[in-house]
Design a protein around this ligand. Structure first.
Ligand code: CTP
Length: 408
């Protein structure tokens, strides 16, 4: 495999091996980690020991394997609290549906789950399970909770599974897990970079109790902020009142109106990149009532007067503190690519992530997205995928663009 060896010299990894057929790959992971210079302290769950033997694990790790929560010798030598905190990173591979659900729910009924609850160390999970278990809403809820708790994840991949089915659920390959471990321990490719992400709708008041808004849930912006965070970026997340909760591990700035969002973005500059995923209201009510507007009995509706809101994307793109990479989103309902290409030029940003938000697509407020990435070199259509996957892919592109010399 490619990649710098000895990158993990002196790093301590606590490796929890859960009960799944993919546990055999964790033996190879131990070898790769040790070849990279890391120390590996192995923990084997009871189910894990059905798939690989404690002897193989400890022989490869060159250390005793920890298995039981109540082990008197262990408690004398090293308590589970200390064990969980003495590492630079905790890796769970394979992370089974059960182990992940326990971690998300804060259960602590065996050594592995207790370590995960007791730790203040970063945790990276490599899930592995049957495709139906992976796609089950319960597992998806677990994943959302773990992501919100700041747990890092690598994989799973799609492919043929040991149970004969095909789909997502295969554990990431040991080499991929090693790269994710290196990223988690050495800061990731966006370490030292500051990225501003705007997200969610804005709300423009009509009076103290009413407002004009839109259907944006904040899902795509939130997923993107989390993906950038996972690559090591310091993220300032400027969000309107969104449905989806803000991710952990980012600086959250909450705003309501477009004008407040613009002020928050300006205050957050300078940045290496600005990603404007917010659905900003184009208009605000200039004669908003200081008190609740009342019916006057005449049947006449109040006449609202509108003014155009500042274009945050355009002003950042043309500003003196322009980040190296400025990315806008374009929510369109027709002629997506043509409109988005024109929008890229009009707003002066580097890329536009365009999507069709016609009601029939179910994209606005939904969990999936089908985007076209518009750059100076043209339009690139991505297949329909989860907003999470769009975020991961986009974050990687952003990372590559920032690493490259010259213009994105
Ligand atoms: N945007 C912004 N400030 C605004 C309006 C939009 O920063 N006042 C940003 C959005 O965050 C998004 C991009 O501009 O990244 C495009 O938003 P969109 O609503 O699709 O475009 P509009 O500018 O509203 O253009 P139109 O109404 O012509 O579709």
């Amino acid at each position: 495999m490619e990649g710098p060896w000895e990158m993990l010299t002196g790093k301590r990894v606590l490796l929890i091996i859960g009960g799944g057929i993919a546990a055999y790959k964790s033996l190879l992971l131990i070898r790769l980690l040790r070849a990279s210079g890391a120390q590996v302290t192995p923990v084997l769950t009871r189910a894990g020991a059905e798939f690989v033997t404690p002897l193989s694990v400890s022989a490869l790790a060159g250390q005793k394997v920890h298995q039981a929560l109540f082990d008197l010798t262990d408690e004398a030598e090293m308590g589970h609290i200390e064990l969980s905190r003495s590492a630079d990173l905790i890796v769970v591979a394979p992370a089974t549906a059960d182990l992940m659900a326990k971690a998300a729910g804060g259960r602590a009924d065996d050594l592995a789950s207790t370590l995960l609850l007791a730790t203040d160390t970063k945790v990276l999970m490599a899930p592995a399970m049957n495709v139906r278990m992976w796609l089950h809403p319960a597992t998806q809820r677990t994943l959302a909770q773990l992501a919100a708790d700041g747990v890092l994840r690598v994989g799973p991949n799609e492919g043929e599974m040991a149970c004969g089915e095909f789909g997502p659920g295969r554990m990431a390959e040991p080499e991929e897990i090693l790269l994710a471990i290196q990223a988690a321990l050495t800061g990731g490719p966006l370490h030292g970079r500051h990225v501003i992400v705007t997200s969610g709708p804005t709300q423009e008041p009509i009076d103290p109790v009413r407002y004009i808004a839109n259907r944006s849930s904040g899902a795509q912006g939130t997923a993107l902020a989390a993906a950038l965070r996972d690559l090591g970026a310091a993220v300032t997340f400027v969000t309107g009142p969104a449905v989806v909760p803000a991710p952990a591990g980012v600086t959250v700035v909450r705003v309501e109106t477009a004008q407040q969002m613009q002020a928050a973005v300006r205050a957050a500059l300078p940045a290496d990149a600005a990603i404007m995923a917010a659905a900003v209201a184009d208009w605000r009510v200039v004669n908003a009532g200081a008190q609740k507007l009342k019916k006057d009995g005449s049947g006449k509706a109040p006449a609202l007067e509108f003014a155009e809101n500042p274009d945050i994307l355009a002003s950042v793109s043309s500003g003196t503190q322009r980040p190296k990479l400025v990315v806008g989103f374009a929510a369109e309902t027709e002629n997506v690519v043509t409109h988005a290409m024109a929008k890229r030029l009009r707003k002066g940003c580097d890329w536009i992530v365009a999507n069709d938000v016609s009601p029939a697509t179910g994209i606005m407020g939904g969990t999936e997205n089908a985007v076209v990435l518009i750059t100076a070199s043209g339009a690139e259509s991505w297949p329909r995928m989860s907003k999470q996957d769009v975020a991961t892919r986009l974050a990687e592109r952003i990372s590559d663009a920032l690493a490259a010399e010259g213009q994105p």
